[in-house]
Write a protein that binds this ligand. Structure first.
Ligand code: NAP
Length: 247
């Protein structure tokens, strides 16, 4: 297996970190399935950017918060590309608020998208990967999942859950040539962090030893490292891409 023979599916590939991951994998030669929830124009833009790098690419709409849609997504990618070698569970949302006033619906939506989405995509993809005795699964966690953050109880619970999911699946799939790893970004400049109030941004920046936020490409390179065929003996690991934040 080489990167040029690999087929990658990136959930939430239309924008931000997911888009950078699509482009990095394409740059390394993989065919890319770009999943998105509602932003078709952005997904199509990512697809065109991947194609411009000389690889096959296609957009796939699916709400990963819906388990049936996750199953259909994996099947659709298999039908289009013949297989799935790399799954990047990147789709994620925040619904921030203090514990006392947070709404139950928001908790459910965050857990359904960030944690159940990754779980059901892994469940469907792992069947294919075990059969082909090859796979690379990379899950997006967060420094907030390791450390916690006031106002982000639901988000940090979902991202801590990703770590358990990653480690258990890594052990389950280890004998079948399927690795499962997590990348935990710190504070990365995307639409997700652009909406944060200035005081929250300043507070976060003060906790980064490097003193500046990261870029989506910083995360994408770490994801691509785990995605490479040569990373075969690395599984169940969590790599922070955070300018030293979690140290
Ligand atoms: P973003 O800019 O807000 O982009 C989110 C992406 O996820 C979009 O492509 C969006 O699709 C997709 N998405 C959202 N809900 C979805 C759903 N239900 N089904 C399918 N796709 C869905 O976010 P980001 O900052 O790039 O974050 C990417 C990942 O990194 C997330 O898991 C996030 O938790 C994690 N992370 C980010 C940071 C950071 O500082 N930015 C830090 C730590 C971890 P549409 O375009 O269709 O809406």
């Amino acid at each position: 297996m080489t990167m040029k023979e690999s087929v990658a599916l990136v959930t939430g590939g239309s924008r931000g970190i997911g888009r950078a991951i699509c482009l990095e994998l394409a740059r390394q030669g993989a065919a890319v399935a770009v999943n998105y929830a509602g932003n078709e124009a952005a997904a199509q833009e990512t697809v065109e950017a991947c194609r411009a790098l000389g690889v096959e690419a296609e957009a796939f709409q699916a709400d990963v918060a819906d388990p049936a849609a996750c199953e259909q997504l994996i099947q659709a990618v298999k039908e289009r590309f013949g297989k799935v070698d790399i799954l990047v569970n990147n789709a994620g949302i925040t619904r921030d608020g203090l514990l006392m006033t947070a709404k139950a619906d928001d908790f459910d939506r965050v857990l359904s998208t960030n944690l159940k989405g990754a779980y059901f995509c892994m469940k469907a993809a792992s069947k294919l990967m075990m059969r082909q005795r090859y796979g690379r699964i990379i899950n997006l966690s967060s420094v907030v999942g390791l450390r916690g953050n006031p106002g982000q109880t639901s988000y940090s619970a979902s991202k801590a859950g990703i770590l358990g999911l990653t480690k258990s699946a890594a052990k389950e799939l280890a004998t079948r040539g399927v690795t499962v790893n997590a990348v935990a970004p710190g504070f990365i400049e995307t639409d997700m962090t652009a909406v944060l109030p200035e005081n929250a941004k300043t507070a976060m920046l003060s906790t980064i030893p490097m003193g500046h936020p990261g870029q989506p490409e910083d995360v994408a390179r770490a994801v691509a490292y785990f995605a490479q065929p040569e990373s075969a003996y690395i599984t169940g690991q969590v790599l922070c891409v955070d300018g030293g934040m979690a140290v």
